[in-house]
Design a protein around this ligand. Structure first.
Ligand code: UDP
Length: 323
């Protein structure tokens, strides 16, 4: 039987590179399309690499004409909330217009399975936690708005064309592949766990805690951290489901357990055995106090279960990479 070919858009990024590794390991042919705007060529574990952008519709058409693609997994989005507030058009252009180009080319070439990296940012300030997929979608920043818009585009494409998608709403992706060869690397870095670990290595002098008077037990924000390899496994299950003819759907992806910023720092001290100096600073605009997922839906429908439920283990894998 011929191997399925999967197009991974954004395969040179943090989550995308883990996806490529797991797809190759599972025996798929992988083609990565990445413009290297935030990705790194050296993170790519293998497969075929095409450097290019979603603005290049001729390139998209040539990829779908030349390869028999079974599914597209789409990780290529800008994802910094603050930047999206300052420069929304950059986000709408890449995350929305780029994805429309991609799905348009897919539909014209009869490639009908799409797995989309969505985000908990589609919910905005939660009315209820843990958050279920039925929670209203009220994104509080342009980044979250781009993810909600794409979900709407996908829903309408499903109704109009022979097109099926699974949208995975990630909570806080963290950790690194067990090999220690690939991991999280953003420039500039803005995410909590990598910044805390850079403080542990001495690359940074301290870590700022953004806000200490939130309505949470220790006053700092609570997030649901999910290991990157648990995210990628959900994508493999989503592909299987689409192959078997499952209808389009949307799923949360989190561990259903929240940790405060202070708890993250404390666990990082334990894992690294290093001092991690802290500075208490003001709130970061747009940060909800608590974001924790209910992930029962994907557990039931796709049989997904996290392998890294414990944040200490997640931080250990990230530390292994940072060192
Ligand atoms: N955070 C912090 N200091 C930092 C970076 C992040 O206190 O230097 C907090 C941030 O306010 C949020 C949590 O850590 O409550 C996780 O932030 P991150 O940027 O990692 O992910 P997000 O939740 O924004 O997707």
């Amino acid at each position: 039987m011929k191997k399925h070919s999967i197009l991974v858009v954004g395969g040179a990024g943090y989550i995308g590179s883990h996806m490529v590794k797991d797809l190759l390991h599972a025996g798929y042919d992988v083609i990565t399309l990445d413009n290297l705007s935030t990705g790194h060529r050296e993170l790519l574990p293998g497969g075929q690499f095409i450097e290019g952008s979603l603005n290049d519709t001729a390139l998209l058409d040539s990829i779908f004409s030349e390869h028999r693609i079974s599914a597209v997994m789409h990780f290529a989005a800008y994802s910094l909330v603050g930047e999206s507030v300052e420069n929304p058009l950059k986000y709408y252009q890449n995350n929305v217009a780029g994805t429309i180009n991609l799905t348009d080319s897919m539909i014209r070439h009869k490639v009908k399975r799409f797995i989309f990296s969505s985000s908990a940012a589609v919910y905005g300030e939660p009315e209820e936690v843990p958050i279920t997929e039925n929670h209203p979608l009220n994104p509080t920043n342009p980044y979250g708005a781009t993810k909600r818009l794409v979900e709407q585009v996908l829903k309408d494409c499903d109704s109009a064309y022979d097109f099926r998608y699974i949208s995975l709403r990630y909570f806080n992706a963290a950790g690194a592949d067990e090999s220690g060869k690939i991991g999280e690397r953003h420039e500039p870095e803005s995410h909590l766990i990598p910044l805390v670990l850079k403080t542990a290595t001495g690359e940074r002098d301290n870590i700022s805690i953004f806000g200490t008077n939130y309505p949470t037990p220790d006053g700092t924000c609570i997030r649901d951290y999910i290991h990157v390899s648990d995210l990628t496994r959900a994508h493999l299950l989503a592909f299987d489901a689409l192959l078997e003819g499952s209808p389009s759907d949307v799923y949360n992806l989190g561990n259903s357990k929240g940790y405060s910023v202070r708890e993250v720092i404390e666990l990082a001290r334990k894992v690294t055995g290093r001092e991690i100096p802290v500075i208490e600073s003001g709130k970061r605009p747009g940060d909800p106090a608590i974001l924790v997922a209910r992930s029962d839906k994907i557990r039931k429908a796709l049989g997904w279960a996290p392998r890294y439920e414990d944040l200490e283990t997640i931080i250990r894998t990230a530390w292994n990479w940072h060192r």
